[in-house]
Design a protein around this ligand. Structure first.
Ligand code: BGC
Length: 742
């Protein structure tokens, strides 16, 4: 007892001494480094540091240390944590290095660094949950795993609109609607930054196709840009205050995005009051004086323009000193605001099991049930005797999205021979999350057999003798490529059609980054969109197939009937003159500027459903659509006019299962506004027990009801009649009320 008491006395004294020591330490630190006082504002702290810095220290903070193939390499790169970017800190001033990693749906490059990362469902899946709280959890998981691995900045946060659904990065973005995408990316960034990691929103702006991305000149008028792609960024910036915005590779209306004063200064920094920094995409810088004046703050991954060249131009007065200081201030401000200076916690172990649970739950909320004839799903394991699991690699894994978003699969690529588990640029990666095993686990009493589908006849023969056939079909996407068309590759359309012919109870599970065409749509009984499902993908899909999870995702993008129905039936490809010529140091040609080719977005604001609505084109599955194992009804709409109109209504779960319904609110503007027939202005994901009814009230942000006026250079509400429509998808809106707004 005495021993115990003495030891607790010792512990208490030790704790007291530690506290006293840290207070004393903090006080001395504050005396020499007053900016370490966390009660000051990030701007005050940044200004104090800038005053202490030499010109060389300032320049150091404004660029990276290099990446093979993309820029020159500095010897300092050895201090990089192994991510895509590394900017050394200023140790004498207590400013840590910025260690950046791509982390779109999980932390990249963990394999080659001998670390572990969880792959979440792809970003477009996150958007399909329509759940900002889930988005926050998504971001917080990424932030935690970044910190655990030694990073303090993410390069995630892709929010380019799905203007061109064959864009190879559709899976990395948040769909076709600016309000949904903006709000969802904001929730992810808030989650990331809650872990003291600098968040980033990219690729600013209109980098909506991969083909010729370093050369393309995108033409679009200002109003259309502000109301579509730029609005997604505006909402994201406004709601999450990201530490960084990444300017994109392409030109916009004749000027490269990273030296585009309209984009970087007039819109981002002036109109949206963005206080943090603009980082270039990797190799997207093209000048020193022009880029600096336009508002580009940091060059990555090297220092072609913001190293010696910048120092020289500052010293000769071509770049004003105040401009240099502003770039530095913005970076430091972001570091203070997000807590990366105050919280320099060392690395730790990733919570592998906990994070797998999160990945499974988030995927469960993101899966979209597209078709379910005669309640084919959920499968009742007590009644089913045999299941045929069919599809390329469905015995071992599920596909993931490639490029700089690629997460390395723990356990290795599921379809590579042993020892070849590393990921390579432009090679598909299958995560070892096995649909066959997950289905077998749920249907313990049934015979579950597998066929790859490489021979459709054999697959159909297996399907014929089973109670149910589940076909896992995939469409692989990656950065640095666009899809040739929306059709499933590798004869999968033929496979599905053959299987469906053999078995009327055919369920198709899609592992895709975006929409696909479905010539077999009427032949199968159920369709489940699982997206790229992440590390725990197959279990999450099985949860939905067998009814342990009631699907609640809704499409964040339209599934058109054919490529021909898209605003641009074919993607404009770069001519030979706009391509990098073979040879060493290709980055030099890119930096010097490739010959432009033109892509003209004359559909303007009519992106996604706004296009099909305006053109009166029927679609396969509309934006906002998704079925559930229960049913809902909507009633009692009450719209109250005012500066921020209120839209109130009742949703009832009319079925006999618990469910979560995404209740969507659209508005039609007065005809004089000259806008597409309707736009999403709000939503709420409502949890409902069987038979339960809930009153929902949504306050509408007036900006979402406005048009962008070029004359007034701002948002303008056009006085007149506004119709508000409420329901479960953009094409199922049973409630409607008009009010006059002014
Ligand atoms: C991509 C960015 C990425 C960067 C660093 C670029 O190719 O476009 O999204 O963050 O590389 O890996």
């Amino acid at each position: 007892m005495l021993v115990l008491r003495r030891s607790s006395f010792c512990l208490r004294s030790a704790a007291l001494l530690t506290v006293l020591f840290s207070i004393a330490h903090a006080q001395t630190k504050h005396a020499t480094h007053p900016w370490m006082n966390a009660s000051l504002s990030p701007d005050e702290r940044a200004s104090m540091v800038v005053k202490e810095m030499t010109i060389d220290e300032k320049i150091t903070l404004l660029h990276g240390t290099g990446m093979k193939g993309l820029s020159p390499m500095s010897p300092l790169v050895v201090h990089s944590n192994g991510g895509a970017g590394y900017t050394p800190g200023i140790p004498r001033l207590g400013i840590p290095a910025i260690q950046m990693s791509d982390a779109a749906y999980g932390v990249r490059m963990s394999g080659e660094n001998g670390r572990y990362s969880t792959a979440l469902p792809s970003c477009v899946a996150g958007a399909a949950s329509w759940d900002p709280e889930g988005g926050y959890e998504y971001g917080a998981l990424i932030g935690r795993e970044l910190r655990a691995q030694g990073y303090n900045m993410t390069l995630g946060g892709g929010v380019n609109l799905t203007r061109e659904p064959r864009d190879g990065r559709t899976f990395e973005y948040m769909g076709e609607d600016p309000v949904l995408a903006g709000k969802m990316v904001a929730s992810v960034i808030k989650g990331v930054q809650s872990q003291h990691v600098i968040g980033d929103i990219k690729h600013y702006a209109l980098n909506d196709q991969e083909s010729g991305r370093n050369a393309v000149n995108v033409n679009i008028d200002k109003r259309a840009a502000r109301e579509s792609d730029l609005l997604a960024f505006e909402v994201g910036v406004e709601e999450s205050d990201p530490g960084a915005v990444m300017c994109s590779y392409n030109r916009l209306n004749g000027v490269y995005a990273c030296e585009n004063k309209y984009l970087l200064t007039d819109v981002l920094k002036r109109d949206w009051k963005f206080k943090n920094f603009v980082v270039t995409d990797w190799g997207a810088a093209h000048s020193t004086v022009k880029a600096s004046a336009a508002g580009m703050d940091q060059e990555q991954p090297g220092w072609i323009f913001y190293g010696d060249a910048l120092k020289r131009d500052v010293q000769s007065g071509k770049v004003p000193k105040a401009e240099l200081d502003d770039h530095v201030h913005r970076i430091l401000r972001a570091m203070f605001a997000t807590g990366v200076v105050d919280d320099q916690t060392p690395r730790s172990v990733v919570d592998v099991l906990g994070d797998l649970d999160v990945a499974r739950r988030l995927e469960g909320q993101s899966i979209v049930l597209l078709k379910n004839e005669e309640a084919q799903l959920p499968l009742d394991s007590s009644k089913i005797h045999s299941i045929a699991v069919i599809g390329p690699h469905a015995d071992v894994g599920m596909i993931s999205g490639g490029g700089s978003a690629q997460v390395d699969p723990p356990g290795g690529n599921a379809i590579m021979p042993p020892g070849k588990g590393q990921t390579r640029w432009l090679e598909p990666v299958w995560f070892p999350t096995s649909p066959l095993k997950s289905v077998r686990a749920k249907a313990a009493g049934a015979t579950v057999e597998f066929n790859s589908g490489f021979n459709p006849e054999e697959a159909a023969a297996l399907a014929k003798k089973a109670d149910v056939a589940v076909v896992f079909a995939y469409q692989w996407e990656s950065e640095d490529m666009d899809l040739p068309s929306l059709a499933l590759p590798e004869h999968q359309d033929e496979l599905i059609a053959k299987v469906a012919e053999a078995n009327p109870h055919t369920v198709v599970v899609l592992e895709t980054g975006g929409p696909v065409t479905m010539p077999w749509v009427d032949k199968v009984s159920a369709i489940v969109e699982a997206w790229y499902a992440g590390s725990a993908g197959s279990d999450a899909v099985a949860d939905v197939l067998f009814g342990d999870v009631n699907p609640s995702g809704k499409l964040p993008l339209t599934f058109p009937r054919s490529d021909g129905d898209l605003p641009h039936p074919t993607i404009v490809k770069p001519p030979a003159a706009s391509l990098v010529k073979p040879g060493p140091e290709p980055w030099k040609q890119i930096a010097a500027g490739l010959a432009p080719f033109q892509v003209t977005y004359n559909e303007g604001v009519e992106v996604g459903y706004k296009w099909y609505d305006a053109e009166n084109k029927p679609v396969l599955f509309p934006f906002g659509f998704g079925l559930s194992y229960t049913t809902y009804s909507y009633s009692n709409l009450r719209v109250t006019a005012g500066k921020n109109p209120q839209v109130a209504f009742t949703v009832i779960n009319t079925g006999n299962r618990w469910g979560a319904e995404v209740a969507e609110v659209y508005a039609a503007l007065p005809a004089s506004a000259g806008e597409p027939p309707k736009r999403l202005v709000g939503w709420s994901k409502v949890q409902l027990k069987p038979g339960e009814s809930k009153d929902v009230s949504i306050e509408i942000n007036p900006k979402y009801l406005s048009i962008y006026s070029e004359q007034q250079n701002g948002w303008q509400l056009i006085p007149g009649e506004y119709s508000f429509m409420v329901g479960g998808s953009s094409q199922n809106l049973p409630l409607k009320q008009s009010v006059s707004l002014n």
